[in-house]
Ligand binder design. Structure first.
Ligand code: SF4
Length: 390
């Protein structure tokens, strides 16, 4: 086996070539039940489609469906379990629509599955249980189709982490607030047989997993061996695969090492790689961008779920934008389970269940309930209560 790495002008040509180089459709029969799992982590409310590089492109999914049809496959489904935030109107169906993948599926007579909706199998992660969509297991040929992204918590989010979209929303929260995130990703990946991984590297996303800091790359990585494909993906962003904890843990779990990787056919990694930075301190970025002083927002670390990050970011962005250049009176905002409020803070906001739990001794804090808290409640609490200096 090998990994195919191809530079493309047209997704369909590039994908066909990459699959040929890695013999990616080997083992696929025309009567196989095929499941495509793109990364559509979140829907977009903007009129334009989601920022390229954040979600798998509809063009790449369409190119794959065309190739599968040429192979004679009749039973194809696309599945995802996107971020659900009711007050922002976000869920998987919305994400299928805004990504353009829903429209592609409809045009090609391909089914869509919301992994958040069940039915579920209960799996053991080693630290507790999680609920995995049964639909992710009831397939003969699982194709993981992530984008090439950095991730502020796990350095990269590629084929292995992409399957986290197959568990329900409550389990996703547990992965962040109760379990070791990287170890749980490795265990989950080991429970889902994946026949083929295709990284859509049309763009590479720096400072991911959200945002718009993209580099055009026009690459496709494909292969049947997940360790090898994710290892190539990390190297394309000039990130050492050995420093990616969930990749290391998955290798250990499956009796492998990261030295034991397949040959790369096609383009040469060193000729097409681009340095992408994964570290991101978004609270500090917000405070800098809006010239805010007298307010501390600690980086939430591993403990913050995607839904919480999105909701709290949206509320803080709106509030701080409206208060550009303000000097606050020693205000602290806590998000996730890691930040413990500092004793010198004059006013502390605890946004959601997690910071309320770890700072439960703090009787005077301003608490915004919810898991995650809603954008509106968070914004209103900040607007109503945040004390300005002078
Ligand atoms: S409060 Fe936020 S970070 Fe904590 S479990 Fe709920 S959604 Fe996740």
């Amino acid at each position: 086996m090998a990994v195919g790495l191809v530079r493309f002008d047209e997704p369909s040509d590039g994908l066909a070539q990459a699959l040929e180089l890695c013999d990616g459709l080997n083992g696929l029969r025309s009567d196989s039940k095929v499941l495509i799992k793109p990364n559509i982590v979140i829907g977009s409310r903007s009129r334009s489609r989601p920022t390229p590089g954040v979600v798998t492109s509809a063009a790449m999914v369409e190119a794959l469906i065309d190739l599968l049809r040429e192979h004679g496959c009749g039973d194809i489904t696309v599945g995802e379990g996107s971020v659900v935030l009711a007050d922002m109107g976000l869920d998987t169906n919305m994400a299928f629509g805004s990504s353009g993948i829903g429209e592609v599926a409809e045009r090609h007579g391909v089914g869509l599955v919301d992994f958040n909706a069940g039915p579920f199998e209960t799996i053991e992660t080693g630290e507790g249980t999680a609920r995995l969509s049964r639909r992710a297991l009831e397939t003969d040929f699982f194709i993981s189709m992530p984008v090439l992204k950095t991730h502020a918590q796990t350095k990269v989010t590629l084929g292995l982490k992409n399957v986290k979209g197959c568990i329900d929303s409550a389990s996703k929260k547990k992965f962040h607030d109760k379990f070791d995130l990287e170890a749980s990703i490795a265990v989950l990946a080991s429970k889902i047989p994946v026949s083929l991984t295709i990284i859509d590297a049309t763009y590479g996303l720096q400072h991911g997993p959200f945002g718009n800091d993209i580099r055009q790359m026009n690459l496709i990585v494909a292969g049947k061996d997940r360790i090898s494909v994710d290892s190539v993906g990390a190297q394309l962003m000039e990130i050492d695969p050995r420093s990616v904890v969930h990749l290391q843990k998955f290798a250990e779990l499956t009796g492998r090492t990261l030295d034991d990787v397949e040959e790369v056919r096609g383009a040469r990694i060193e000729e097409v790689a681009q340095k992408l930075e994964w570290r991101l301190d978004w609270p500090l970025d917000l405070l800098d961008r809006y010239r805010i002083e007298g307010m501390v927002i600690d980086t939430p670390g591993h403990s913050n779920c995607s839904g919480c990050s999105v909701a709290v970011f949206a509320a803080l962005d709106r509030f701080l934008r409206e208060n550009q250049g303000t000097l606050f009176d020693n205000v602290e905002v806590c998000i996730g389970k890691e930040p413990i409020a500092k004793s010198g803070s004059r006013q502390v906001f605890l946004l959601g269940k997690c910071p309320m739990f770890v700072n439960r001794e703090l009787k005077d804090a301003i608490k915004v309930k919810g898991c995650p808290p809603t954008v509106q409640d968070t914004y209103e609490a900040l607007k109503r209560c945040a004390a300005k200096s002078g």
